[in-house]
Ligand binder design. Structure first.
Ligand SMILES: *Cc1c(COP(=O)(O)O)cnc(C)c1O
Length: 431
């Protein structure tokens, strides 16, 4: 079988995510046969460096030996079990480890199976927490340009028009306050002033502020100063509002620290983890919360305060085995510390793009770097052009609009990064 054989059947039967399917009349879909390390290989034998960690999930390469063998081992023991009334060893071990790794006030793990459903859980829990305390708070606050997933609740608190606008009349109540304009301290302070005004104006109606700490992923890898997180935490306390940290993308070392909240030394009321949690192997998410929240639900069944939310695959044992193996690698390979050098390299090398007249700005945070282009008609799909150029040269990029970003597996080498940058540079020149 070659690429063409598989692509033909694919396009006959499948509707792909986040895709205008008609595009595939001219853009070939690429059937991947295997993955190893940072490489993906298609059925025609072409290989691509996965510079975006397969939609930001992969941390230690494809078919990583340690993670693969942990899943195989778990497979012979227990694949899955109902998670109400039952539990299993991998999830107990994982939960204890995650609580120990995250900020101290986070003491409880609630499980779901992807980032969006994790966000739904946090939103519902926040709302329900006030309800259990005899308050009806029907409003969520989020930052402009934020992204929290595609399900209705998650979409409601997001602010990327491209995904949201169509559904505006069926979304839940949320308002947006400005995200800091850039990575400066001044921008953080300015945004905190606006946040305070927002919280003060809607006091007693707001049940939570939800944000992506440090880096807004789908919002074109927009980055801001950790000071804003500190100020946001203080303001949530001052105005008695819960803080939800959506670390679905930023968690597990992506922004430099194990969790982005730790860059500001804050403890949110909820922390949502997914993407890197299983090393990019299997869908799983965790919503961590505090004793304060947990205790508001803990009472006699007849009081009707329990959180009656579940997903069929909640707490899947194979996914938990993958997550434990991922944490093993963090421990044994000193990942956070070793990433510092690579993050430095990324930060320096990305500056090269400023030489190009098509480049407006560059930025980086930990293991993410981004390049904004300028001067192109907004209707021109520059990102698609860059994507196709890079694929031809064996690099998988997936720009967000006119922003090109790099979010590689942590196992990438400097040589591979240099190649990615060289190809991207040529791709921009070719526009
Ligand atoms: C990807 C993402 C989500 C949604 O996760 P899914 O697993 O795709 O549903 C939510 N929040 C952030 C910050 C994300 O990057």
């Amino acid at each position: 079988m070659n690429n063409k054989d598989i692509a033909e059947v694919d396009l006959q039967y499948i509707w792909h995510p986040c895709t205008q399917m008609k595009d595939h009349e001219v853009i070939p879909i690429i059937p991947i046969k295997k993955g190893y390390g940072v490489y993906l290989e298609d059925f025609d034998g072409n290989r691509y460096i996965d510079a975006i960690s397969s939609w930001w999930v992969n941390l230690f390469g494809h078919t990583n030996e340690q993670i693969s063998s942990a899943i195989k081992k778990q497979l012979d023991e227990l694949e899955h079990v109902i998670f109400a009334g039952f539990t299993h060893e991998p999830i107990v071990r994982l939960s204890k480890r995650i609580v120990e790794l995250t900020p101290t006030e986070l003491t409880r793990c609630f499980y779901a199976d992807n980032g969006s459903s994790g966000v739904e859980v946090a939103l519902k829990m926040a709302y329900h927490y006030y309800k259990n305390n005899r308050e009806d708070r029907d409003l969520f606050v989020s930052l402009t340009n934020s992204y929290h997933g595609e399900t209705i609740g998650a979409l409601s608190v997001g602010d990327v028009k491209l995904y949201k606008e169509t559904y505006s009349s069926i979304l839940i109540n949320s308002i947006q306050t400005p995200v800091p304009a850039d990575q400066s301290i001044e921008a953080a302070v300015e945004a905190a002033v606006a946040l305070e005004e927002c919280l003060a104006n809607h006091k007693d109606r707001i049940c939570a502020l939800i944000l992506e700490p440090l880096v807004q992923g789908a919002g074109s890898m927009h980055m801001y100063n950790p000071l804003f997180l500190k100020l946001a935490r203080e303001l949530c306390d001052k105005y008695d509002t819960l803080l939800i940290a959506d670390e679905v993308m930023t968690g597990f070392g992506r922004t430099g620290t194990m969790f982005a909240c730790q860059s500001a030394d804050i403890s949110p009321d909820f922390m949502i983890l997914s993407k890197g949690l299983t090393g990019g192997y299997l869908p799983l998410s965790i919503v961590l919360t505090t004793d304060k929240i947990y205790d508001a639900f803990y009472c006699e069944y007849s009081e009707h305060k329990a959180f009656l939310h579940s997903h069929s695959y909640t707490g899947n044992a194979l996914a938990c085995a993958a997550a434990n193996a991922t944490l093993d690698i963090f421990e044994s390979d000193n990942v956070i510390e070793n990433n510092l050098e690579m993050a430095d390299f990324l930060a320096k090398e990305v500056l090269v793009f400023n030489k190009l007249k098509e480049v407006k700005s560059t930025r980086s945070q930990g293991m993410i770097a981004a390049v904004d282009l300028m001067g192109f008609d907004t209707n021109r799909r520059v990102g698609v052009e860059i994507h196709r150029y890079a694929l031809d040269k064996g690099v998988l990029l997936r720009p967000l609009g006119h922003t090109i970003y790099f979010l590689p597996p942590y196992t990438i080498t400097k040589e591979q990064l240099k190649y990615i940058f060289q190809v991207t540079y040529e791709a921009i020149e070719s526009l």
